[in-house]
Design a protein around this ligand. Structure first.
Ligand SMILES: [Mg+2]
Length: 368
């Protein structure tokens, strides 16, 4: 509790928000890419001097910072920078209260506005599992999302390729934004929110497809010798999962990945939960995807729209930031641990996400 109506209404708790540029990402792009670039919505100009400075850093040091960054993105690790004390944890909860506990305030804030739902997949609708191919959502969750889509325009926004995330969700009435929003497709069937006859299809990085394919093959070959490493081709982005890689091997894995991507200045490295991701250096992320989808739904310059974005990952922060900047709706971070975030509310796990979605559906049903 402790959230005022105004706070909930503008999705802002007066935190200016934390700019999170993963060290790993900064290191890789300052080494290999040309300015100007955008990281998490912020322009980074890599000057020649900076480039030289980075080149002087010996490779051992740089790999160390990669691995540190890999550790920092694994919140369950005991040495994690996110393992805060109990005091900090309760103060974090004050700033990011449970969306279930504050459900009434959220509903109040959305009065008279069209709620639009954006849902990340892994760790939000499905539990995080060791094998990314087995990240299934429960039938109960699927039924809930189906009901949700009947009441509100709903989009799945995932780092995975669109086909893959569709194969997990299997609901034709949703919008899907795969590969961190670089592959967007509107509802195939049965959505009253579908605009016109033409299906929305948007792929801002299609020219990168052959390059991504090539990098995918090289990464599979290179990381073969690291037990547990799993390379996944997400069409517009290649993911190297290290959830099942022994921590002693992380340095080796980071070196392998770097040896491949250094040949590709047009690709950059980002990271999520126990995953390194290689994607095109275009100004596109989950936040841009959110804005594109709002526009496709006809809410481009609307003041009466209330977007709610639920996600658990660092890459979801781009969307949380957009919502803060627009002063519309808000983000909900799915996390059991306090984390730096631009989200306004929190939910602990997919089970709680489901309860929240069920309450939204039920509220809408009673208030039609
Ligand atoms: Mg996720």
């Amino acid at each position: 509790m402790g959230m005022t109506k105004e706070n909930a209404a503008n999705g802002c708790d007066n935190n200016s928000g934390v700019d999170m540029i993963p060290d790993l990402y900064a290191a890789s792009l300052s080494m290999y890419t040309k300015p100007p670039l955008v990281a998490s919505g912020r322009h980074i100009t890599v000057t020649r001097r900076k480039l030289l400075k980075n080149l002087e850093v010996n490779s051992t040091q740089r790999i160390t910072s990669w691995v540190d960054s890999m550790r920092a993105s694994s919140p369950t690790h005991p040495k994690s920078t996110h393992s805060l004390t109990e005091d900090n944890s309760s103060s974090w909860m004050l700033h990011h209260p449970s969306a279930l506990d504050t459900f009434e305030q959220i509903i109040d804030a959305s009065q008279g506005k069209q709620i639009v739902m954006f849902l990340d997949y892994d760790g939000t609708l499905s539990p995080i599992v060791d094998d990314p191919d087995r990240a299934f959502m429960s039938n109960k969750m699927r039924a809930t999302v189906k009901k949700l889509a009947r009441r509100f325009p709903t989009a799945i926004v995932s780092g995975r390729c669109r086909d893959k995330v569709y194969s997990f969700v299997r609901l034709g009435e949703l919008y899907y934004a795969g590969s961190h929003g670089m592959d967007i497709k509107g509802p195939a069937k049965g959505s009253k929110y579908k605009k016109g006859d033409q299906a929305v299809l948007f792929q801002p990085a299609s020219e990168f497809l052959p390059m991504i394919d090539e990098v995918n093959k090289k990464l599979i070959e290179k990381t073969k010798s690291t037990p547990g490493a799993k390379v996944e081709n997400n069409k517009f982005c290649v993911s190297v999962h290290y959830r099942c890689v022994d921590e002693k091997e992380w340095t080796e894995l980071a070196q392998q990945v770097r040896s491949v991507i250094k040949e590709y200045p047009k690709l950059r490295l980002t990271q999520g939960r126990k995953v390194l991701e290689i994607r095109p250096t275009i100004k596109w992320d989950k936040g841009k995807a959110l804005e594109f989808l709002l526009e496709s739904l006809g809410f481009a310059n609307c003041t009466n729209v209330f977007p709610v974005y639920i996600g658990d990952d660092r890459t979801d922060e781009d969307a949380f930031k957009i919502l803060r900047a627009r002063g519309q709706g808000f983000g909900i971070l799915v996390s059991k641990f306090p984390k730096d975030t631009n989200a306004s509310y929190s939910l602990q796990e997919p089970e709680e996400v489901m309860n929240f979605l069920q309450r939204l559906v039920e509220w809408k049903r009673l208030n039609l």
